[in-house]
Design a protein around this ligand. Structure first.
Ligand SMILES: [Ca+2]
Ligand SMILES: [Ca+2]
Length: 211
């Protein structure tokens, strides 16, 4: 019964909503097939559509095939964030924003590139009302980002505040780390109340079938 309800839940999450992140794959840009390393926040922001660099590190990268590390996880571009000079960070502009109290699911891909540094740190996601600040943190990888292998991170959260932006921050650990990131998505999860009703309906359906 629980598995049956879970499968309905999964189907709703999968089919129910579109990606709220307008350029979560980094594909909409003016790079014209080139790779750009160590951009200032202003220059990286100018390259990107619907994303804004704001961190103190200000050495963001936009990379395509042939750049250091693995090929982009999705499409032709990935982004790079380091902690050598501070905290590299950016926000994605959201389609319509998120609403406080609503449930959301997220997914993104990341790894620690070891070409130049082998450090640690974390990647944090936040909901922000402005495009140049982290806002309220909703997820942290902690130190558990694998090196050199694209790894998917997924989860659910209840939005702690309303906001039009999803922030991504490379938080320094004990030594410099270079994260490569790609393919971010954020989707609305059906209301918990709706899920509860559907779960009861599924349970009732199972009971009827067994009777
Ligand atoms: Ca991409
Ligand atoms: Ca860089």
């Amino acid at each position: 019964m629980r598995l049956f309800a879970l499968s309905i839940f999964s189907a709703l999450v999968a089919a129910g909503s579109a990606n709220l992140i307008l350029n979560g794959d980094f594909e909409t840009n003016s790079a014209a097939g080139a790779t750009f390393y160590n951009r200032s926040n202003a220059d990286w922001t100018a390259l990107m559509s619907n994303a804004t660099g704001y961190g103190s590190g200000a050495e963001l990268d936009l990379m395509t095939f042939g750049a250091f590390g693995s090929a982009p996880q999705s499409g032709s571009y990935k982004a790079g964030m380091a902690t050598g000079r501070g905290t590299d960070a950016f926000t994605f502009t959201l389609n319509g924003g998120v609403v406080a109290g609503q449930a959301y699911s997220f997914s993104f891909w990341a790894y620690r590139d070891q070409t130049f540094v082998s450090g640690n740190g974390s990647l944090n996601l936040g909901i922000s009302s402005v495009n140049n600040a982290a806002g309220t943190t909703v997820f942290s990888t902690g130190g558990g980002v694998p090196s050199n292998t694209w790894t998917q991170f997924t989860g659910l959260f209840i939005a702690p505040a309303s906001g039009g932006f999803l922030s991504v921050e490379a938080v320094p650990g004990s030594s410099t780390v270079w994260y490569h990131v790609d393919n971010f998505s954020l989707e609305v999860v059906p209301e918990p109340a709706t899920l509860a009703v559907l779960g009861l309906g599924a349970a009732a359906l199972v009971r009827r079938r067994k009777a």
